[in-house]
Design a protein around this ligand. Sequence first.
Ligand code: SAH
Length: 253
Amino acid sequence: MTFHLLTIFPDFFQGPFNHGVVARAVKSGLLEIKVHDLRAWTKDFHKTVDDRPFGGGEGMVMKPEPLFEAVEAIWPRRDPARQRIVLMSAQGPLFDQRTAHRLSGYEEVLLICGRYEGVDERVGEYLADEEISIGDYVLSGGELAAAVVVDSTGRLMPGVLGNEDSARRESFSEAGSAPGLLDCPHYTRPADFRGWRVPEALLGGNHAAIEKWRREAAREKTRRLRPDLLARAAAGSGGTDQESAIKKDGTEV
Ligand code: SAH
């Protein structure tokens, strides 16, 4: 799978993907991460990517031309079934594990990183397939959000996690032994740390007992920390994934 990151700060991505699982996946060729400097698609001496907002007001807005031209240069003939364009935006539907799974089904995902007051609305409307927010707060740019999407989506690709089981059991997973629940608590040595003992069931080596404890502990932890997940599972709703959203023209996606 290939991720394209379109940004005015290409150096931003020097760090985030150089560690752990994602770095290994890049090294082994399972993942490819291409960072594109948006200014390469400007035509003026100052490499201008922003301009003043129509109607006045604070701040600058990212111009549409370099963004459209960049995407058209990266994918001269785009195949929407294999290639997805995502605009990072504080206003998009919230990113979650379902969205990560869905995006991992594309061969290539291109993430547009906004800056300033945001991006000319026509980019969201006529260039991007969807907008994604990583949370209800405003970041100063889309790069951090895009890194979150690449990391959480990339690690779902077959072979990226050494142990395929860990992706199935983990929090927010829809498959596996405890769908829709948080992951169970994990412990390592020492079995007694400052008087706090690891639950007995985990120390015994009885696999059925361990499995039972993990299921119950995951449920208890979910109830305590994220009761909304249990309520959602009970209501049978599938979260915030854009698949169930309404498209711009009003039809169901
Ligand atoms: N004026 C906008 C915020 C612009 S912040 C508003 O009030 O909605 C500048 C850029 O940062 C955005 O264009 C977007 O690309 C990125 N960004 C900010 N918050 C984000 C979030 N929660 N998720 C994803 N991207 C975000």
